[in-house]
Ligand binder design. Structure first.
Ligand SMILES: [Zn+2]
Length: 229
């Protein structure tokens, strides 16, 4: 049975047949058992004022916690890093820092988790991100040797004047401007075999995307619908 995983701000698993990708090139058969997903913790966020996410006042005075997740997808044709979390540099600040309505900390760096898997930054063939917010872009510049796969609208959003003037976030990914880049619209079949597909899901940002995976086994965390926000 195939298992399809979607990963983004939201991650959920379901056991359905894959939808057809009408725009894809003729598909190459890949043993889906050879495609592996590693979920990495890339920081923690205490949201100190949830009213940031609400225009009607329903969240006034409420707080919540979030995990910033990154994912390494290992495929016979290469590695894909999906999202890069909060900056690894925060690991040097025990207890983290408070920045506006967020308290953020990085107990374990992305780099150290990849090292534990035997993967160096320069080993990674492909980098993509769900979207361009600070908690997904924190280490992106460190992976600029990879080919950057990015929705065209999100690429425009990343390098618009307002983003360039964000002195906290832009330096974390500015190196991507020189990276080998593949811009796409709609769906993008990363390895040409429909096992790893980036899908359009705009709204949170103009070019927000999610990642659809076909795996031989369900993600260990996901025996049923599960949301990691
Ligand atoms: Zn976001």
């Amino acid at each position: 049975m195939k298992h399809i995983i979607f990963a983004s701000c939201l991650l959920f698993a379901a056991c359905n047949n894959a939808p057809t990708n009408e725009d894809a090139a003729p598909q190459v058969q890949t043993d889906i058992a050879s495609v592996k997903l590693y979920a990495l913790e890339c920081g923690r966020i205490d949201m100190l004022d949830l009213s940031l996410f609400d225009k009607g006042g329903a969240y006034a005075g409420r707080t919540n916690k979030a995990t910033s997740s990154c994912y390494l997808v290992r495929h016979p044709k290469g590695d894909l890093l999906w999202d890069t979390g909060l900056p690894d540099a925060l690991n040097a600040i025990p207890g983290g820092v408070t920045n506006g309505p967020f308290h953020i900390e990085v107990p374990t760096t992305l780099e150290s988790q990849l090292t534990a898997l035997g993967v160096a930054a320069t080993d990674i063939e492909y980098l993509s991100v769900s979207h361009s917010h600070f908690d997904h872009m924190g280490n992106a510049g460190a992976y600029a040797s990879a080919t950057f796969l990015v929705n065209e609208a999100e690429h425009t959003h990343l390098f618009r004047d307002e983003a360039r003037n964000d002195a906290e976030t832009f330096p974390a990914y500015s190196a991507l401007e020189q990276a080998k880049t593949v811009k796409f619209t709609g769906e993008y079949d990363v390895f040409g075999d429909a096992t790893v597909t980036i899908m359009d899901m705009p709204g949170h940002t103009p070019g927000h995307t999610v990642l659809k995976l076909e795996l031989a086994k369900p993600a260990r965390c996901c025996s049923a619908a599960i949301y990691i926000i």
